[in-house]
Design a protein around this ligand. Structure first.
Ligand SMILES: [Zn+2]
Length: 454
């Protein structure tokens, strides 16, 4: 009798739970994970809501422009099941145990660490912060992302210090110049976009039809589509003011012109493939050759100098109170332990690679000729590396221009004075340069192209 009553109770509970789930999923999400038992379920988080999905971890841009993140499914049914579902949940826990014990993979594909960029991470350049560059690989480690071959791993595990293709590096002069017969140039001479301060750097994002860079050193001769431009500078007074150091020399600042391979739709997808991204690094120096395109951007810096995202510290409003306390009290020890903090992802979409409206004041309608971003002397150092900020994916073909472009003292001041995500902090207080990474025997080539017309 007891057994029968037990079974009846379980059946009733199952029916009630199924009804609850149908009602819930009917409103919110058409996919019921129980209909696809062969694929693991993921918990996605968006603006504080919990949603269910099946199959791919949800780092897909939805039509509303928001991002979905996948976390390890530890408390999956926490808000879905009423209290009397204990028995059912026990059963679910047992099933989920398989998911829990699933080993977390590595982002290593071939010899490269490949991490797709799915949004933003709270990280610091401050040298004694528990979120300093040496700590980046552990940040947001509860978020698992899926690589190009279906493997799953923590979001920023490509910032691992053992990576063999990390950036930036010291550039040495290779013994010979490879002369190319063709040019390196864009297939269009005007783009339009907007400038923002995303709390890490000034960033210009192309919104018009994006031009393709032709003549790249990609082995298959593929072009790269222009996505955005951003700027790096060192701590005020430091000797090193650029990410890359060329033959022992650092200039006044460094611009990164970011592209994705033409056969990928965006940076996010390209970032999970070994040659998905191409970045042209242009050194900036006082009294060097002027660039109309850069000057157009410089003339708008003052407009976005303040960090005006809706919630001032929206990305770095950490769930981890300990960090906030440490930083407020100022007692963060040099070389102290790294904190495995989680960023506040319940904020607007103001990412590093994938930006959109939400980073506060923008200057829109900025038109420029992308060809004027390139150096007049078309000579570059090229090597295989990675992004210099999280997720540090080793998916980047670098072209470091040998000759610098010009920048004025007052523009350099505006770079130093850009307000960062961290309250009352400007870039110049800590810089936004990642420490130099080991070259690990990588070859650097020096390529000279034919001069292109503007
Ligand atoms: Zn950069």
């Amino acid at each position: 009798m007891h057994v029968l009553r037990g079974i009846t109770l379980v059946v009733l509970c199952l029916a009630a739970f199924a009804a609850a789930r149908v009602a819930e999923t009917g409103q919110e999400e058409p996919i019921d994970r129980r209909t696809q038992p062969s694929r693991p379920a993921y918990e996605s988080e968006r603006l504080g809501e919990l949603r269910y999905s099946s199959g791919h971890p949800e780092h897909t841009a939805e039509s509303d422009g928001q991002y979905y993140y996948t976390r390890k499914g530890s408390d999956q049914d926490a808000d879905a099941a009423p209290e009397h579902m204990d028995e059912f949940l026990d059963q679910q826990d047992a099933e989920d145990a398989g998911l829990e014990s699933e080993s977390i993979g590595s982002p290593l594909v071939g010899n490269k660490l490949l991490c797709p960029d799915v949004g933003r991470t709270c990280f610091r350049y401050k040298r004694d912060s528990p979120l300093r560059p040496e700590c980046w690989s552990g940040l947001d480690s509860s978020i698992l992302v899926e690589g190009s071959r279906g493997q799953k791993f923590p979001l920023n595990s490509c910032c691992n210090l053992d990576g063999k293709f990390q950036s930036p590096i010291k550039i040495y002069f290779p013994p010979r110049i490879e002369k190319r017969r063709g040019t390196l140039n864009y297939d269009n001479d005007e783009v339009e976009g907007y400038l923002e301060n995303n709390g890490v750097y000034y960033k210009y994002i192309v919104t018009s039809e994006k031009p393709t860079l032709r003549g790249t050193p990609n082995e298959d001769g593929l072009g790269y589509v222009l996505d955005s431009v951003h700027f790096h500078i060192g701590k005020r007074g430091d000797k090193r003011q650029t990410e890359h150091v060329i033959h022992g020399r650092s200039y006044s600042a460094e611009a990164h012109v970011v592209h994705h391979r033409e056969d990928y739709p965006n940076l996010e997808e390209a970032s999970a493939h070994p040659d998905g991204i191409l970045v042209i690094a242009v050194m900036l120096k006082r009294k060097a050759e002027k660039s109309r395109a850069f000057n157009t951007l410089f003339s708008n810096f003052a407009e976005v100098r303040r960090y005006t995202a809706a919630d001032f510290d929206n990305v770095c409003a950490l769930e981890n109170r300990r960090l906030a306390n440490l930083e407020l009290s100022g007692i963060v020890e040099e070389d102290g332990e790294c904190l495995k903090a989680n960023s506040n992802r319940q904020s607007d979409n103001c990412g590093i690679l994938e930006s959109g409206p939400g980073c506060g004041v923008h200057v829109t309608g900025i038109k420029l000729n992308p060809r004027s971003l390139l150096p007049r002397v078309p000579r570059y150092f090229t090597y295989e590396g990675g992004l210099t900020s999280p997720p540090c994916t080793e998916a980047t073909l670098w072209l470091v221009a040998e000759k610098p472009k010009g920048i004025t003292r007052s523009t350099l001041d505006l770079l130093y004075m850009m307000e960062t995500r961290i309250r009352k902090t400007e870039i110049g207080d800590h810089g936004n340069l990642r420490p130099l990474q080991k070259r690990h025997g990588r070859t650097i080539r020096r390529i000279q192209y034919k001069k292109a017309r503007l």
